[in-house]
Design a protein around this ligand. Structure first.
Ligand code: FES
Length: 84
């Protein structure tokens, strides 16, 4: 039986990427690595979500989260993974 993993998807569309997701890819990856979560989550990029005006965006288990930055994303991940 396959274990259902949590999913983190980061928008790699040009608008989000230029506005911060380039940095967020590393921040999210470091977060997952430092907490030994890399095997428990499916972390990947995707093309434009179609919400460029409110980017940079990412999705946690399908939930779109807008206007993320280096300060907000850690708190978001803490809540998502219940690591606080
Ligand atoms: S580039 Fe990210 S929503 Fe369009």
């Amino acid at each position: 039986m396959e274990i259902i993993k949590k999913e983190v998807v980061i928008c790699l569309g040009s608008s989000c990427f230029a506005r911060g997701n380039k940095q967020l890819v590393k921040i999210v990856n470091d977060y997952l690595r430092d907490r030994n979560l890399l095997n428990e989550v499916r972390f990947h990029g995707q093309r434009c979500f179609g919400h460029c005006a409110v980017g940079p965006s990412l999705k946690l288990d399908g939930k779109l989260l807008e206007r993320q930055d280096e300060d907000t994303v850690i708190a978001l991940l803490d809540e998502f993974f219940e690591t606080v």
